[in-house]
Design a protein around this ligand. Sequence first.
Ligand SMILES: [Zn+2]
Length: 382
Amino acid sequence: MEKLYEADPYLRQFSARVEACTPCKKGFEVLLTETAFYPEGGGQPWDTGTLGGVRVLEVHEREGRVVHTCDGPLTPGETVEGIIDWDRRFDLMQNHSGEHIVSGIAHAKWGCDNVGFHMGAEVITIDLNVPLDGTDLAWLEEEANRYLWQDRPVLVTYPSREELPTLEYRSKKELTGQVRIVTFSGADICACCGTHVSSTGQIGLIKLLSVQKFREGVRIELVCGGRALRYLNRIGEQNHRISNLLSAKPFETGAAAERLLEENAALKSRILTMEAVRFQTLAQAHAGQDSPVVFEPGLSPDGLRRLCDALLQVCPGRCACFSGEDGKGYKYAIGCRGGDLRAFTKELNQTLSGRGGGKPDFVQGSVQADRSAVEAFLAHRS
Ligand SMILES: [Zn+2]
């Protein structure tokens, strides 16, 4: 039997004879008399590793044969040693088995089908054709983990043609050839070609991460095994940082972040009030002037706009407001009640390396020039 991984998913090293080796775009395609390399299939990504010292980049099943894409050539007729990247494979086994358990429990509870399964580099996703909410998800996660704690054996069987129609299992399709049934007793029976752990305790942990509407049902993101531990560690690190920054206990970071946002909103509102007072003072100082020019540091574009509005209430002509600093350029807001600033703005932008525009009687933008250059430009245009 060529596919050693079907009988023994824990085989990580093996010897086989090279049957063929042909150059291809990505390297060399190698056929072996037998192999422990799992080819992509059933939602499970391919194995990587080495074969006779060359890297195995990809593994696909083509016309029933396992094709290894390698980064170097091998000699047909020679016996080579294959070594599977075990960390990667075992992670895929933990996650594939976890997926079966979650799908099986959901199927038993809600009668739904798994209509999509994807094992990504970070998380795996399951699409179920039934609407579920956060409460359902919490129940599902609890049930799945309780099942893991029972450390049940996982069985792989090949039922006969006569036996098969009498069996209840997921993924029942008209398949030609031998159907392979993977049984998580009490949780799931499913036709599957993938590699699975031999007992459920080896999955360690199933963590459901999110649920969102997808077609008529939901898409669930989850992580299992070592991947779940790494994921939770990363989340924990983030929480630890927030906890330190906000001097909050680890379980109280949410409330601390909420308080910070409230404080921030209160400060913003206080700044608005103080700016309004300041802008009134500036407006009074320039009241009645024909074309006032005001430089005020530290304003946002919106602050500049409000300052210009205040001046426009008390000045008849063009009101020009700038905020910034020499070397870094200045933002501007310029208004003129009933006027047309288009030609002026064009010249301003051209002369002072600026950009910006707006309505005919009100423009905003920025210039890359120092205060003296801005003042010199405006001095000639009253
Ligand atoms: Zn499967």
